[in-house]
Design a protein around this ligand. Structure first.
Ligand code: KG4
Ligand code: ZN
Length: 396
């Protein structure tokens, strides 16, 4: 049956989300319940708390997604749920509920990789705008709180496959935003607030050395071993890796050298006492040095992300670039990618901001090609916290 209505469920981290998507091309409803308020006092996501919050939210969120779509449990054609990667306990809430619904309703259930979901957020919205012509190869940068991954994406007979050609060796880009914000007493999550504050500082005030990748990644060594054992048959593909723990340490060192700890503590206390601080509240508690530091950090990280991604795009003769995941909501990142990719004549696509961060529409959209070929999950699958997408970048 073509043209199905799929109910997607996403619970991999700190958003409980449900959405009804028609045929992977039209968002009919999209409900996102953010747990940020619950995690904020701890300065990051607390896994145990996330599971409990998902348990509280999952039933009303799914009900609202169906009601907003004008659907009932019975009228949808299939269910889709995030299998991984993510927090195991959080994933299990969505999976357990989706399995129970699929069993009771006798509807097919589709297990989806969260990273594939982020890639399909772009495809879904482009189809929604009637843009169905994507030129291949597509290079997708998935840049979020847990990932900074580059994939070459291919489509054959409406089925998608992915090859990973780069990843972060340590912190993900979103993780660096979050850790730097925490370090500067700016609260959680760091990305959105650093994004807003950056326009108020001088991005050239502090210089950060470019990230050096001194060591071979363990996976690269494995690839080399494969090549040596199997010469001529498999060529090692170049990797385009990232590293963001160095820049976070450089910010820490700057804070120590410039005696900023007392003012950071004062800011942390002042902001913690406010229910929902707005931009003016943040600005009132940030001196020039802090604003300059924040703007310089963002400029350096985004410069690195854009430069490396475009180098990978050139090396792979990429025809189309996707940039997706929570960090893709960043204003400077979008402007810089648009500007630099245009210089290379490379079209770049982002999801809208609501579909850049975690949502269930992307899960329902990624499930549609699997629905078309009956790639359904049994009721015995479980959460896969470290689930990978596609094969490693060995051979052709
Ligand atoms: O995709 P997402 O919602 O969850 C994961 O799969 O990780 O991404 C969340 C991450 C957080 O690290 C958050 O700080 C970051 O995306 N983020 C941003 C912005 N909005 C969210 N980073 C930079 N600028 C933003 N505007
Ligand atoms: Zn995500």
């Amino acid at each position: 049956m073509a043209g199905a209505y799929i109910l997607g469920i996403e619970s991999s981290c700190d958003e409980t989300a449900a959405s009804v998507v028609y045929a992977g091309e039209k968002v009919v409803s999209n409900v996102i319940f953010s747990q940020i308020a619950a995690h904020q006092p701890y300065g990051g996501v607390v896994p145990e708390l996330a599971s409990r919050e998902h348990l509280k939210a999952i039933v009303p969120v799914v009900r609202k997604a169906l009601a907003d779509a004008g659907h009932t449990y019975q009228s949808i054609d299939a269910l889709a749920v995030t299998q991984g990667p993510g927090l195991a306990g959080a994933l299990l809430v969505g999976i357990g509920y989706a399995k129970a619904l699929a069993f009771a309703l006798e509807k097919p259930l589709i297990a989806v990789n969260h990273l594939e979901g982020h890639i399909h957020a772009v495809l879904l919205e482009e189809r929604q705008k009637a843009n169905r012509e994507m030129n291949f190869p597509i290079l997708a940068l998935v840049v979020s709180g847990g990932h900074t991954h580059l994939y070459l994406a291919e489509e054959r007979d409406e089925q998608w496959s992915y090859r990973n050609i780069g990843h972060t060796r340590d912190d993900a880009a979103g993780e660096a935003f979050d850790k730097v914000a925490k370090l500067l007493g700016l609260g959680y999550p760091g990305g959105p607030i650093i994004d807003k504050l950056s326009t108020h500082g001088d991005p050239t005030a502090v210089s950060f050395p470019p990230a050096q990748l001194k060591h071979r990644d363990r996976r690269d060594v494995k690839e080399r071993d494969v090549k040596e054992k199997d010469p001529g048959e498999r060529a090692v593909e170049p990797r385009f890796d990232f590293s963001y723990s160095g820049i976070k340490t450089a910010v820490l060192r700057y804070v120590e050298v410039h005696d900023m700890k007392a003012s950071i503590e004062a800011r942390r206390k002042a902001l913690a006492g406010m229910a929902k601080p707005n931009l003016d509240d943040y600005l009132r508690h940030c001196d020039r040095k802090t604003l300059n530091l924040v703007a310089s950090f963002q400029r350096a990280l985004i410069g690195d992300l854009v430069t490396k991604t475009l180098a990978a795009a050139r090396a792979c003769n990429t025809a189309t670039l996707f940039v997706t995941g929570g960090v893709a909501a960043n204003n400077e990142l979008r402007q810089r990618f648009e500007h630099d990719a245009a210089m290379d004549g490379l079209p770049v696509y982002f999801p809208s901001r609501p579909l850049s961060t975690d949502n269930a529409a992307m899960i329902a959209a990624a499930a549609y090609p699997k629905f078309l070929v009956g790639n359904f999950a049994g009721l015995d699958f479980s959460a896969e916290a470290g689930m990978v997408l596609g094969g490693a970048a060995i051979g052709n």
